[in-house]
Structures are given as C-alpha cells and as structure tokens.
Design a binder for this molecule. Structure first.
Ligand SMILES: NC(=O)c1ccc[n+]([C@@H]2O[C@H](COP(=O)([O-])OP(=O)(O)OC[C@H]3O[C@@H](n4cnc5c(N)ncnc54)[C@H](O)[C@@H]3O)[C@@H](O)[C@H]2O)c1
Length: 355
C-alpha cells in the first residue's frame, strides 16, 4: 500500500491546535499549516515565545491566537482534529529558570492536552526530544535506545519531564485508544530562535555579528547534528498524517554530525566576523555526542532532511543580522526557506488531500 492511499481524508479544512505556537518551531508550523489551508489555533503563554513570531498571521481569517498556560485545563469550543503539543521551554537556560514549572508543563500540560484530545477525538503529536537519551552511550541513537539520563541533575526537569510526557502519551493510547504520535526532535535551528537562550547556533551567530568572542563550552570536540527548522516542520507534519498504527517514537533530526568548533568556524566564515574563539568549562550533564538514527523516519514517512548546514546557517545569519539591525525579520523570507517551503508544499500535497 502506498503512503497516499493510507492518508485519512477530511470533509472540511482540518482544525489544528498548536500549543507553543508562538515559539521558534511552533511559529514555523503555524505558517506552514495555514499555507496548506488548515484552520490554526495557536495557544501559548508567551514564556519564551513572542507575538512577534506570529504577528503576520494575526489577521489571517483561519488563524486564532489564545494566550493560555497548558498547566491549566484547556477548554475550547468547536471541533479539533489535530493537536501539536510543543509548549515547553526548550533551552537549558529557560527550562532551568523554573525547573518545577518545567516539570509541570511536561506532565500537567500533557495530561490537559490528552484530556482535550479525548473529548474532541483529536490526534495528538508530542514534541519530545533527543534529551530523552540523556548523555548517550550508544551512537547514533536509534529509537530503541532507552537512554542514559541523570534523574536528579539540573537538566532532569526537562529530560525526565519529556520522558514522563511520552509515558502519558502511550498510557492514553493504551487506556483510551487516543491516536498519538511521538516525535523525538534533535537540535533544530533557524530564523526565530531566541537571541539570548544560550543555544549553540544562535549564540555563535549573535556573538559573531556583534564582534564578541564566540564561547565554546568544553574543548569544542563534542558533536551535534543540526536540523534546519523547515525540514523539521515538514517531518512533524508527515508524522502527524502517517497512518494511525504509526505512533512513534520517531527521531527527527539531521544525521550530519559536526563538532561544535566546526560550527563556530563556519559561522565566522559566513558572517565575516573577526571574533575570537573562547573556550569555557562544559556544563554538568552536557551530552558529548548527539546524532539521530533516522531509519524509522525514512522508512515510515519517506522523510529526510534536505537543507544543507551551509544554506541553513546563512539563512539564520540573515535573520539575526536583520534583527540586530532592529528590522522585522519575521516578515522576511530567506532564500533557504523559500526554496524548502516550495518543496515541502509539493510533498505535503500527498499528506493533506483537503487542499
Ligand atoms: N528547538 C530544538 O532544538 C528542540 C529540540 C528538541 C525538542 N524540542 C521541543 O520542541 C518544542 C518547541 O521548541 P522550540 O525550540 O520552538 O522552543 P521555544 O521555547 O521557542 O517554544 C516553546 C513555546 O512554548 C511556550 N510555552 C512554554 N511553556 C508553556 C506553557 N506552560 N503553556 C503554554 N505555552 C508554553 C513558550 O512561550 C514558547 O512559545 C518544545 O516542546 C521543545 O521541547 C525542540
């Protein structure tokens, strides 16, 4: 059976709820789903998200923004077909600011969403994370790897919170038959990352553009694999529209592995910056290697990343350059985004027959 014949058809435009929709990934997902003719409800407490990320959508007839905290029960009228659960601070700096709040967002927020999904008969996709693998002893990390998480360390509020959220997803699926999808997202980067959240790519770019030293924690030999946000958003939608039997967990990330120092040097090249590299001590429990095994995504979704690191970095640098100059970069499409949006649109015709 082909993927196309297994896709459900809607009688009307699907209504999609995106929690955390005003954040980095969520706002790109709002853009993409609206472009495909969906009705989009963006729910966010603006903890790390910003209305600026969704400002161009606020007057769209199919878009609605609700300021709400997922730790509180969610009551919404009307039909909801799909729920993307993205609400949670994602960078250590932010999720460690209020660790108990982070845990509550993961646990209470997921229960509240799953209860809403039960009520509405909606399908739910949980944005889980590669952090469920902790500091991995297996490389690359397949979904079958159970992880190496320190349950009492400073990152545990997020890592264990996300693990608990996965548990809840599968318990609702087994107990109530809720249709679930669990995406384990690896490091993602692109326009609309927060300037000050301490994540590698945004940190390096902002430091380079400002001519400040680029801070590398550890020796710079630790690796990460970075996925451009457009690729990730396409993967999330393919997973969401996969057959009900596909629950995940499904890794979504770019298996192209690079050292942190190599990223810093690329950023220096593309920004033309003369910033020096400054090496500092590695934070506690920081994973040394991270690379997704994406066989499941390739096999079940036909998904693999398409945007090369060099292109994605240049698009992200262009965004931050505008932002630092005080312009409104959320309105400015980048070359990389324009190209991948077009490709993604063609691809998504397969998974959203309502268009
Ligand atoms: N960016 C990555 O590399 C990455 C990697 C793995 C997983 N993820 C997951 O993807 C999701 C989105 O990440 P992001 O990078 O866009 O982060 P982000 O911080 O930009 O977005 C998170 C959004 O959730 C909102 N939020 C936080 N707590 C909330 C609450 N209690 N109620 C309502 N809204 C709340 C924030 O205001 C923000 O808009 C997160 O769940 C994150 O854990 C991201």
């Amino acid at each position: 059976m082909t993927l196309q014949t297994r896709i459900p058809t809607f009688r009307r435009s699907p209504t999609v709820l995106i929690t955390g929709g005003a954040g980095f990934i969520g706002s790109h997902l709002c853009d993409s789903l609206l472009q495909r003719g969906n009705r989009v409800i963006c729910l966010d407490n603006l903890f790390t998200g910003s209305v600026d990320n969704i400002r161009p959508l606020l007057n769209h007839p199919n878009f609605r923004f609700i300021e709400h905290d997922v730790r509180e029960p969610i009551e919404l009228g009307g039909e909801i077909d799909r729920i993307y659960s993205l609400a949670c601070p994602a960078s250590p700096r932010h999720y460690q600011k209020d660790p108990i709040g982070t845990m509550k967002t993961c646990v209470l927020g997921t229960i509240n969403l799953l209860e809403l999904a039960r009520l509405k008969g909606a399908r739910v996709l949980q944005a889980s994370t590669s952090e469920v693998y902790g500091d991995p002893e297996v490389h690359p990390q397949p979904e079958s790897y159970l992880g190496n998480v320190n349950p009492i360390g400073p990152r545990a509020c997020y890592d264990e919170g996300k693990r608990a959220a996965e548990t809840l997803m599968f318990d609702y699926h087994r107990t109530h038959g809720t249709e679930i999808k669990v995406a384990r997202i690896f490091n993602t980067y692109g326009p609309r990352m927060l300037e000050n959240d301490g994540r590698v790519v945004s940190n390096f770019i902002v430091q380079a553009l400002r001519g400040e030293p680029i801070t590398i924690y550890g020796g710079g030999t630790q690796t990460r694999s970075f996925c451009f946000v457009d690729d990730l958003v396409r993967g999330l939608q393919l997973l969401m529209e996969s057959p009900p039997s596909v629950t995940g967990p499904c890794n979504l990330g770019n298996p192209h592995e690079v050292t942190i120092e190599a990223i810093a040097r690329k950023v220096l090249t593309y920004t033309g910056s003369a910033s020096a590299l400054r090496f500092e001590a590695l934070p506690k429990d920081d994973p040394k290697r991270r690379k997704p095994g994406i066989d499941t995504a390739v096999r079940l979704l036909g998904w693999r990343p398409r945007v090369a690191l060099n292109d994605g970095l240049q698009a992200t640098i262009a965004y931050f350059a505008l932002q630092i100059a005080g312009e409104t970069p959320s309105l400015v499409p980048t070359i990389a985004r324009r190209r991948t949006d077009r490709t993604a649109r063609n691809q998504m015709k397969v998974v959203d027959p309502s268009l």
